[in-house]
Design a protein around this ligand. Structure first.
Ligand code: SF4
Length: 374
C-alpha cells in the first residue's frame, strides 16, 4: 500500500538564507523555501543528506513534510531590510495545493519588487503564472525545470523510475513552453546527471534538444553527489532496483567520496553539454536576470561574463590558478559599490587595475567586457 504523507505545520524563526553575493550558477543571492521534505521523493535526492534532512530515516524525507506556516511573514520582514536581488523560492510539490505558501511568498516578492528564481519538478507552478508574469514585468525572473532526461531518450523509463513520485517529464516540458510563451526566462537544470543513465550522448542530446524545442534558453549541467545516510539510501535503491548499475556506482563513489571519482577527464560531460547547447542555439549557463535601470547593471554583466569564462575554463581543464583569478575578480566586481564603467571612464585601465583582485591581465579582460557588454 502506498505510504501516506504526514504534514507537520510549524513556525520557524527564520526562513531566508542570505548569500554574501549572488551565486554564479543560479544568480540568486537569497533563498527561502516553504517546506522541508519533498513528496516527489526522487530516489537520488541530495536532500536526504544529514545536512539537509531533519529526519533520522532518510526515507521519511519523501513522506513527512514540515510546513513553514509563517514563511510569507518571515520573508516580508527579512526582505524589507535587504538590497534587491534574486530570491530563489517556491516549491510546487503536492503540499502546495493544500497550503499555498509558495504563492504567498511570491506575493511578498512582488510587493517588495524582488526578482525570483523558481526551480521545479512540477507543472503546478503554472497555477501561479499570473503572479510570475507580474513579478517578471517588474523584475526579470526565471522559472526553470529539473530535467535530467527527455521522452525520446533511451534512458527515459529508467530515469522516470529514479524520479519516483515526481510528475512526468512531458508535463514539465509543456510547462516550460508556457513559461517561455509568457516571456519568462526558462530552461533546464540537468542535475544530477546520473552516471550510466543520463550521461550517454543520446540522453544529453535528447534533453538539450527537448529543452530548446520547448522555449528553454539554457541547460545547466551538474553531477550526482552522495554523502552519509543519503549515500547508504541510494546504494540500497541501486541494490534492490538497479542492480546492473551498482558496480559502476561502487567504482565511481567509493566510501568517503562526495562527487564522482573518475578515471578519465572529469569535464568531458560538461564540455559535451556545452557543445550540444551551442548546436541547439542555447547556452550551458543561465543568463543573469538584471532589473532594467539597475545602477550596477554593467557590473553585473561583467561579473556574469567573468563567471562564464571561469566555468568554461574549468571545463577546458585550464590551470586552477587562472580559474581562481577570474573567480576572485568576479567577486570583487560584484562587491564594488561604484559603477565599474564610471571607474573606467574616469581612470581608464589603471582604474580597473586598482580594483581588488583585478591585476593588469584581468583589467584588460574587464576593459574588453566594458567595451562590448553582451
Ligand atoms: S524534486 Fe526530487 S530532487 Fe528535488 S527536492 Fe524533491 S525529491 Fe529532491
Amino acid at each position: 500500500m502506498a505510504r501516506r504523507t504526514v504534514f507537520v505545520p510549524y513556525q520557524p524563526k527564520t526562513v531566508l538564507n542570505k548569500g554574501k553575493r549572488a551565486d554564479h550558477w543560479f544568480w540568486s543571492r537569497y533563498s527561502a523555501y516553504p517546506y522541508i521534505g519533498c513528496q516527489h521523493a526522487c530516489l537520488f535526492c541530495y536532500c536526504r543528506e544529514k545536512h539537509y534532512c531533519p529526519f533520522d530515516d532518510p526515507n521519511d524525507f519523501g513522506y513527512i513534510v514540515k510546513v513553514k506556516e509563517n514563511a510569507p511573514e518571515l520573508l516580508r520582514k527579512a526582505l524589507s531590510r535587504l538590497p534587491i536581488d534574486v530570491v530563489i523560492t517556491g516549491d510546487y510539490q503536492p503540499a502546495e495545493k493544500k497550503f499555498q505558501i509558495s504563492r504567498r511568498m511570491l506575493e511578498v516578492c512582488l510587493e517588495l519588487g524582488f526578482p525570483v528564481s523558481v526551480l521545479e519538478r512540477s507543472a503546478l507552478v503554472l497555477r501561479d503564472l499570473d503572479l510570475l508574469k507580474e513579478i517578471n514585468q517588474r523584475a526579470p525572473s526565471v522559472v526553470f525545470f529539473s530535467m535530467i532526461s527527455a521522452p525520446d531518450s533511451p534512458a527515459y523509463e529508467r530515469v522516470r523510475e529514479m524520479e519516483n513520485l515526481a510528475p512526468r517529464m512531458e508535463k514539465r516540458y509543456a510547462a516550460m513552453e508556457q513559461i517561455a510563451r509568457a516571456g519568462i526566462l526558462t530552461g533546464s537544470s540537468m542535475m544530477p546527471i546520473l552516471p550510466g543513465l543520463c550521461d550517454t550522448d543520446e540522453n544529453l542530446e535528447a534533453t538539450i534538444r527537448c529543452t530548446a524545442n520547448h522555449g528553454g534558453q539554457f541547460v545547466l549541467a551538474g553531477g550526482l553527489t552522495l554523502a552519509d545516510q543519503q549515500r547508504d539510501y541510494f546504494f540500497g535503491v541501486l541494490h534492490d532496483r538497479f542492480p546492473d548499475l551498482l558496480p559502476l556506482y561502487e567504482r565511481m563513489y567509493p566510501a568517503g567520496s562526495y562527487g564522482a571519482v573518475r578515471s578519465g577527464d572529469p569535464h568531458a560531460t560538461g564540455r559535451r553539454v556545452r557543445e550540444l547547447c551551442r548546436q541547439y542555439g542555447i547556452s550551458d549557463r543561465m543568463p543573469r536576470p538584471i532589473i532594467p535601470g539597475d545602477k550596477r547593471a554593467l557590473n553585473k554583466r561583467v561579473v556574469e561574463a567573468l563567471a562564464n569564462q571561469c566555468y568554461w575554463q574549468e571545463l577546458d581543464n585550464a590551470p586552477g590558478q587562472r580559474v581562481w583569478a577570474y573567480r576572485k575578480a568576479a567577486w570583487a566586481i560584484e562587491d564594488l559599490e561604484q559603477d565599474v564603467g564610471l571607474i573606467y571612464r574616469q581612470m581608464g585601465r589603471k582604474g580597473l587595475e586598482g580594483i581588488e583582485n583585478v591585476g593588469p591581465r584581468l583589467a584588460e579582460v574587464v576593459e574588453r567586457l566594458i567595451q562590448n557588454p553582451t
